[in-house]
Design a protein around this ligand. Structure first.
Ligand SMILES: [Zn+2]
Length: 546
């Protein structure tokens, strides 16, 4: 009898797991190439005018996504609405043409745009910097987990700090020292400006270097000369610096020469006994500002869970792109088909698959299309500051951006590999699709901090940015490397990022299936995936659970 009973238990367990499997597999079938193509073609058509915030293109995009959410059967989670208002302020900066540096009665002039750029998000008409002391503060980093504090020995209150881009691990191979050549969050400009403000500095100037930054100075300059968007802040950013700027490497050499600072301190800044020091010189600069207030919208749809419906998994893909801009090869509509039409289609197909589950997931699933990613990852920042579910109940974020149309891939590239336990889920599911996990081959560029998943990470939520990208199943790695390079130089952030008939979106289909299943597994568990111990975001998450 007992044997029969055991056999019965065994069989019924087998039955449950098969049933669970079927539940997932049947739902996966709704992920269709034709649907993905249809969504991309629509969202990247000229009619949407490049999906820019505050434009008619925004209204059309939000309507399209809302209709899809309704059609799929998702709920409106923001007080009965699908949209979340995101109040923003556009700041037009007019810095003085010269940054003037003085020392012992002599002066050095740096030129706006070719040698320096300067911003200030403080809601004041003018940031007037007069004779402020300059401190060289190495990398400008306070990282207790690496026992590192560039501000340890010096008071920078009211002063201007000059810091290096990236982090001390850049160009090294010792994985225990920061993350060696992989950029940590401490290497990003976002962090450096925030830390300088926390230290009470009046300003922070970053020394640019193309390889360490991951992009040339022209990218910094182009971003600086157009009006910049920020979220509206109730305190008018009064706690931020009066000056957030960059100087070129050549301008930094001039500054070092002028202040008789030995260039070798650049290398010394990489060593743990480095100490910040006063350059015994002063900065003069004036930034005049004008402000325009406007609002854009995040849009989201919710699939409610069952017994754990208070907990949520968030899929995200930004809806915005660059709108209408300078004409290039006869075209002025920046359609944003790859950036980020393909990922929007990816998210819509995953959402549909979730609604096809016979047995609903235990946890809730939120599908979020943030605004203004292209303007500084603002919509997702607003979301994490005003979340629909508490952050401590937010299990994970699965984001996508720039999914390329070159067919099925052998790899599944994990940007920010090693950050959290979510990697284990990707590993398992990659094998199932006969693929392999590939950590980002260019981790020094800090891509993990450059799309919406970063805002979730910054606020402690384990986040994934994952897609097939590097190894074509049919044509291999070299071919794909060539295609990616071509795409980046001919199409990225250009009107030529548009839907073409030769596109092959089979890879997006496969990624959708993989990441649907990943969310499905998470949605039926009760544990919370953790950050790894060397992650710079772990301490933020730990605070949410205490
Ligand atoms: Zn994008």
């Amino acid at each position: 009898m007992r044997k029969f009973l055991l056999l019965f238990i065994f069989c019924s367990q087998l039955f449950i797991s098969c049933k669970k499997q079927n539940n997932c597999e049947i739902a996966t079938k709704s992920i269709q190439l034709s649907d993905i193509e249809k969504h991309v073609k629509n969202l990247a058509s000229d009619k949407f005018m490049g999906r820019k915030p505050f434009s008619t293109g925004e209204k059309l995009t939000l309507d399209y996504l809302e209709n899809q959410f309704k059609k799929i059967g998702l709920k409106a989670p923001v007080n009965g609405k699908y949209i979340q208002e995101v109040p923003m302020v556009e700041i037009k900066m007019n810095p003085s043409e010269k940054m003037i540096i003085t020392k012992d009665g002599s002066r050095l002039e740096l030129n706006y745009q070719t040698e320096f750029v300067a911003f200030s998000r403080k809601i004041e008409k003018e940031s007037f910097i007069q004779n402020s002391d300059i401190i060289f503060a190495g990398y400008g980093i306070v990282a207790p987990e690496y026992n590192w504090n560039d501000y340890a020995n010096i008071d920078v209150k009211g002063k201007i700090v000059v810091v290096l881009v990236n982090d001390p691990g850049f160009g090294t191979e010792d994985k225990s020292f920061f993350k060696a050549n992989e950029m940590t969050y401490y290497g990003r400009w976002v962090y450096k400006y925030e830390e300088a403000a926390r230290q009470g500095a009046r300003g922070c100037i970053i020394i640019h270097e193309t390889k360490a930054a991951g992009y040339p100075f022209s990218v910094v300059r182009n971003g600086a000369v157009i009006p910049k968007l920020y979220l509206q802040d109730k305190d008018g950013y009064k706690n931020r610096c009066d000056l957030e700027g960059w100087i070129t490497l050549d301008a930094a050499r001039k500054l070092f020469e002028f202040t008789k600072t030995d260039w070798s301190v650049i290398d010394k800044a990489k060593v743990s006994d480095f100490k910040a020091f006063d350059m015994n010189a002063r900065i003069n600069l004036d930034i005049k500002k004008s402000f325009k207030y406007n609002k854009s919208y995040n849009i989201m749809g919710l699939l409610e869970g069952t017994d754990l419906k208070d907990e949520v998994i968030i899929y995200s893909a930004h809806w915005d792109h660059l709108g209408i801009g300078p004409k290039l090869n006869g075209d002025s509509i920046y359609n944003g088909a790859v950036d980020n039409g393909t990922s929007l289609a990816w998210m819509l197909e995953i959402a549909e698959a979730f609604t096809k589950l016979e047995k609903k997931p235990r946890r809730s699933i939120l599908f979020l299309a943030p605004t203004a990613e292209e303007q500084g990852i603002l919509g997702s920042l607003y979301y994490v500051q005003n979340p629909v579910f508490p952050l401590s109940k937010t299990v994970a974020n699965i984001n996508n951006d720039l999914m390329l149309p070159y067919g099925r891939m052998k790899d599944i590239m994990v940007t920010g590999y090693g950050q959290s336990e979510l990697d284990d889920y990707v590993n398992k599911l990659a094998k199932k699709q006969d693929r392999y996990v590939l950590p980002d081959p260019n981790p020094h560029t800090g891509m993990y901090f450059r799309s919406d998943h970063f805002r979730f990470a910054q606020y402690g939520i384990p986040s994934l940015f994952v897609r097939g990208n590097c190894d074509s199943r049919e044509k291999g790695k070299e071919w794909m490397a060539k295609k990616e390079k071509e795409w980046l130089s001919n199409n990225y952030h250009k009107p030529q990022d548009q839907y073409e008939n030769w596109w092959n979106l089979e890879g997006v289909v496969e990624d959708s299936k993989l990441l649907f299943e990943l969310g499905y597994i998470l949605s039926n568990e009760s544990k919370f995936p953790k950050w790894n111990s060397n992650s710079e975001f772990k301490k933020i998450r730990d605070l949410q659970f205490n």
